[in-house]
Write a protein that binds this ligand. Structure first.
Ligand SMILES: NC(=O)c1ccc[n+]([C@@H]2O[C@H](COP(=O)([O-])OP(=O)(O)OC[C@H]3O[C@@H](n4cnc5c(N)ncnc54)[C@H](O)[C@@H]3O)[C@@H](O)[C@H]2O)c1
Length: 297
């Protein structure tokens, strides 16, 4: 083996074939019928993976899987992530088919509106179930099918990095961080890596019920000045599912156009530069005033 082979060898988790990074791998995606999950399914198929798309919107999921099957093996299964019975049924049928699973993307999630003094217990519990417990159930049921090792990606949120305006959603997404860390620790001996990505404003249906004022304000706090398209985050999912990320586990990756990194400094920068934040569809170079006054650090 040459020195270059030694550097580029990814055999710890499998090898590339026909230039496809996920050849021979099977990956399960929850909430994959639309949005980020659907974009990830397409990107994973393009890299040679077989993809099991799961969701509760069966017609949408079925037609997505049919449409994507020109790219590779893609099938749809009904799975409500909050249902133990649904997880058991999925794991049992995959095991009976002799399928080995190499990847799980715990992508499904849903907003749960309500402030701390108003939210009924039922609403609180629903937010926790769909945004936290579902991912835990997924890990419990799919890890045993990862007999060749694997990669799990939990989908958090910028709501997991600071306070957010939906208390149940926020608490659940913070909980996902802890789940990720413990799973990374406990599953490492099985060759299973577990990471979490924190999306910022991604242009998907989950935001369709949000008031425009809220979306505008979120964009004004996003240094990139635009939402991301689902296909952009799919590149990251491909990397995290691939052997190229073989030593990455327990990691948290904000994918938010800089939203979580400035701690409010963007508001200060905008106010002293006198610029009105613009909402762009494409990235543009940073605009920074020549001289910045020195303020509190
Ligand atoms: N889009 C954003 O701005 C944004 C920001 C931060 C975090 N996220 C997170 O990204 C993930 C993907 O969301 P998206 O942006 O693609 O939104 P989306 O609404 O387009 O997709 C979410 C999918 O989850 C499915 N789902 C909801 N409840 C489910 C359940 N109980 N069982 C199975 N599937 C269920 C929905 O049917 C839908 O297909 C979610 O976890 C969400 O919390 C999104």
């Amino acid at each position: 083996m040459s020195a270059l082979d030694d550097i580029t060898n990814n055999d710890a988790e499998g090898s590339m074939q026909d230039g496809k990074r996920l050849h021979g791998r099977t990956i399960v995606i929850t909430g994959g019928a639309r949005g980020q999950g659907a974009a990830e399914a397409a990107a994973l198929l393009e890299q040679g993976a077989a993809v099991v798309v799961t969701d509760i919107v069966d017609e949408v999921g079925q037609s997505l899987a049919e449409g994507l099957s020109s790219l590779g093996r893609c099938e749809y299964r009904h799975l409500d992530i909050t249902s133990v019975e649904d997880w058991q049924a999925l794991a049992t049928s995959l095991a009976q088919e002799g399928r080995v699973v190499h990847g799980l993307i715990n992508n499904a999630g849903a907003p749960q509106r309500g402030r701390i003094l108003d939210i009924p217990l039922e609403g609180w519990n629903r937010g926790i179930a769909v945004n936290l417990t579902g991912a835990m159930l997924g890990i419990q049921h799919v890890a045993s099918l990862m007999t060749e090792g694997g990669s799990i990606l939990n989908v958090g949120s910028i709501a997991a990095l600071s306070a957010h305006h939906q208390v149940s959603y926020t608490a659940a997404k913070w909980g996902l961080r802890g789940l990720t860390k413990v799973a990374a620790l406990e599953l490492a001996p099985l060759g299973i890596r577990v990471n979490i990505v924190h999306p910022g404003f991604i242009d998907t249906e989950i935001n369709s019920g949000a008031p425009q004022k809220l979306l505008d304000t979120q964009l004004s706090l996003t240094p990139a000045g635009r939402p991301a398209q689902p296909a952009e985050i799919a590149h990251l999912a491909v990397y995290l599912m691939s052997p190229e990320s073989s030593f990455l586990t327990g990691a948290e990756i904000p994918f938010d156009g800089g939203y979580s990194s400035h701690g409010g400094a963007k508001v200060i920068l905008d106010s002293i530069s006198g610029t009105t934040p613009s909402h762009r569809s494409e990235p543009t170079p940073d605009v920074v005033p020549d001289e910045l006054p020195i303020g509190p650090q």
